[in-house]
Design a protein around this ligand. Structure first.
Ligand code: UMA
Length: 491
């Protein structure tokens, strides 16, 4: 009797097992897409990347990026070590932000031992990926990655990424406003000041993720895959970080690296394109008419896409200058790729007054107008400012030298009535541009502003457009611009 019962039990279990296995196979077959889409494959690669994250992670640099990165990995339960060349007492604000987060801090310099004892090193954009410690780590097969790369592994929403030497913050903000007006829940971040890990930490599911991306961030990508990548322009910049201009250009073009033919690549028509760009290329230009893309002609901006045409009056936007026409054209093109209604775009365009520290009017004093263009951290940005301003300019410039040539603005120096120089770069700027105008050397921004006011005549324009980064005297370009505004407001 026991034998028969046992036989029946075994039979029932076998039937149950066979039916379960065939059900699982059926379900798998049903769920398996016949031809997996590229985007799906990409997600899987990222998933494997995520699965392979080690338990010990070294975060290099404790600025905005390092803080967000450390918070994220600590939340995942990883053992996080943070290193920064700054001393602990100079990192109080960052450390306060990390209250309650588990990590070990090694400050006041980098230790080779840290770089060789962590299987994954995450560097901040400001950290040169060619540091000797990083080279040594790579030689030992230790993974060196960046925040944008790692954070994007956790983002499944469509990414629109914008890069370029100049204008990327303006275009990112403008697109952020247009998409927010159209879709409400949109994340705007990246190099603009809000690291992508902050979005991932929030656990939010926005409809779109719009990212400003710098060449520094692009240096460390592997799988970062925007659905739409925008390249606005490339001119010499960051030559203090790159061995040559080509290296910088290569970093910028990496924004297209992981795109496929279902994605979009939006490019300035002046730039070279390569066959390496697999995405659907769309151009914008102020120089010619296009059958497909965005262009400027006779006071109007046109977008031609998929047989449709949208026309915008250039005068709709209060942003001045040809460089801003290019910025707007790129934003219009992206907006129409995503089917945003013209009326929505127009509304935002009309009200978008630009950003602080970009040819920002401060005040008029005794007929002298003062502008803050502290975001001009390279020569080309100053060129654009000079081109967009009408009248005689007293130019205040200088800061941390990035190694590029200042002669790039020599042809515009007839607009510059006098030049007042500050910071580490003052000698080199004077050597290259001093012959074109009367030049003054000042010890700091305060005395430069005073000198400018002293020599200015009614109708002149005082433009603070440094052509250099700020790190020799200030925390960043924002602090530099805010200090300049305060000085001018208190005059
Ligand atoms: N540090 C080291 N070792 C090094 C170098 C730096 O420990 O070898 C430390 C510094 O002491 C400092 C920290 O690293 O404490 C700073 O790191 P960071 O410069 O990457 O600063 P974050 O605050 O993380 O800011 C970065 C971007 N900074 C740079 O690219 C230089 C910010 O862009 C960006 O907003 C932020 O991440 C969020 O994504 C600023 C910028 O100037 C605005 N960008 C350049 C530009 O626009 O031209 C590229």
């Amino acid at each position: 009797m026991r034998g028969i019962r046992c036989l029946i039990k075994t039979y029932v279990s076998l039937v149950f097992l066979v039916s379960r296995v065939s059900l699982v196979i059926k379900l798998k077959k049903r769920n398996k897409p016949k031809k997996p889409e590229k985007r799906f494959l990409h997600a899987s690669i990222n998933f494997w990347g995520y699965m392979n994250l080690p338990d010990k992670i070294l975060v290099v640099g404790l600025g905005a990026t390092g803080i967000a990165t450390a918070k994220f990995f600590a939340r995942l339960g990883k053992k996080v070590t943070i290193t920064d060349t700054k001393k602990e007492e100079d990192l109080i604000a960052a450390l306060t932000d990390l209250k309650g987060v588990r990590f070990e801090g090694h400050f006041g310099g980098h230790r080779m031992d840290d770089f060789l004892s962590h299987p994954l090193i995450v560097i901040s954009p400001g950290v040169d990926s060619e540091l000797p410690e990083l080279k040594e780590a790579r030689q030992r097969d230790i993974k060196v990655s960046g925040e944008i790369e790692l954070a994007s592994m956790f983002v499944k929403e469509p990414i629109i990424a914008i890069t370029g030497t100049n204008g990327k913050t303006t275009v990112t903000s403008l697109l952020g406003e247009i998409f927010t007006r159209a879709h409400e829940d949109v994340f705007v971040g990246g190099n603009i000041g809000n690291p992508l890990f902050n979005y991932v930490l929030e656990g939010r599911k926005a409809k779109y993720v719009i990212l400003e991306v710098s060449s520094f961030q692009l240096e460390t990508i592997e799988t970062f895959h925007p659905n739409t990548s925008v390249l606005l322009n490339i001119t010499e910049d960051h030559l203090d970080r790159y061995r040559n201009y080509e290296e910088y250009i290569t970093a910028k073009y990496r924004i297209f690296e992981n795109q496929t033919k279902v994605d979009h690549a939006v490019l300035n028509k002046n730039l070279e394109t390569t066959n390496d760009i697999k995405a659907n290329k769309l151009f914008f230009t102020t120089c010619e008419k296009l059958n497909e893309g965005a262009f400027f002609d006779n006071g109007n901006m046109y977008v031609r896409l998929g047989g449709r045409e949208f026309v915008y009056k250039r005068a709709l936007s209060p942003l001045i200058g040809i460089h801003n026409t290019e910025n707007i054209l790129s934003a219009l093109l992206v907006s129409h790729i995503y089917g945003i209604e013209q009326q929505v775009v127009e509304e935002v365009l009309r009200n978008f007054k630009g950003l602080a520290h970009r040819v920002e009017p401060i005040r008029e004093l005794n007929g002298v107008r003062f502008y803050n263009d502290s975001k001009a951290t390279n020569v080309d940005a100053t060129r654009r400012a000079l081109e967009s301003i009408e009248g005689k300019v007293i130019l205040i410039a200088g800061g941390k030298d990035k190694g590029g040539s200042y002669k790039v603005i020599a042809d515009l120096m007839d607009k510059v009535k006098s030049m007042i120089l500050i910071g580490e770069a003052k000698e080199r700027i004077s050597d290259e541009l001093g012959e074109f105008t009367k030049t003054y050397m000042e010890k700091d921004l305060n005395s430069a502003a005073e000198r400018a006011f002293e020599i200015a005549d009614t109708g002149d324009i005082v433009l603070f457009s440094p052509m250099c980064s700020s790190f020799d005297m200030f925390r960043d370009y924002k602090e530099r611009g805010n200090i300049f505004k305060k000085i001018v407001e208190s005059m």
